[in-house]
Design a protein around this ligand. Sequence first.
Ligand code: GUN
Length: 287
Amino acid sequence: VTAHVFNGKAIIQEMRAQIAEDVRRLTERGARPGLAVILVGDDPASHVYVRNKEKACQDVGIYSEVYRLPTETSQDELIALIEKLNADPNIHGLLVQSPPPPHINERAVIDAIAVHKDVDGFHPVNVGNLLLGGAETFVACTPSGVMELIRRSGVEPAGKHAVVIGRSHIVGKPMALLLLEADATVTVCHSKTTNLAEIASQADILVVAVGRPKLIKREHVKPGAVVIDVGVNRLPDGKLCGDVDFDDCLDVAGHITPVPGVVGPMTITQLLSNTVLSAKRSLAKRD
Ligand code: GUN
């Protein structure tokens, strides 16, 4: 058996067409969604991600502002810019690309972002709402995109065993909460887990987000499992690969995501969607 390979192009095209339609309607009503992205420093991968976000906004008609600031930018200067954008009515979503340079306290920066513009879902109030449930919240884009992929696989999470490998604030922890909210039985594995293959191979849904190239082999995969690979690793030859050894797992998994091509564009699609959601909320308050 060969796994169903998620078709990133088709999924993303369909979702972004719907978003573009929403943007068109909002723009007609004088509420064109706007996203501001701030990037401090010269991390090459971050520059690629930010360019992709900027281009995705243009493609669906979202107004976008990108601030590319020098590495030496101080935390106070960065927070002053955030406060200006918090107050800007043309901006509905605001994010600072992670990771910032080491002299900047990322937590202080995230705390400065207005909760209702935090389309990345990183602010403690939005993270708390994910845990407790709450109105008008934003969920982090990568995990909400992974949930969308799981829905599209046709596998119903309720009652299934979901294993999340990785416990980052951006992916692993919120991922585990979303799967729990969808009534899966959730196990979280990480760098100190001793029997990874034994646990992973029990998963009906396996989400991997650790940043270790081709860590996951066929012995980690239960036959027929949905395998979602969030890893993006650059190999010495310059090529990108995921945390899952795709070729090794292809004939064991039921559904599998290739890297690159699915989770990355899906994450950006969720960011567009959160920006549109924020614009809709702000319009509802105006009307
Ligand atoms: N760095 C890696 N992923 C993300 C993300 O989703 N948002 C931001 N702001 N930075 C990131």
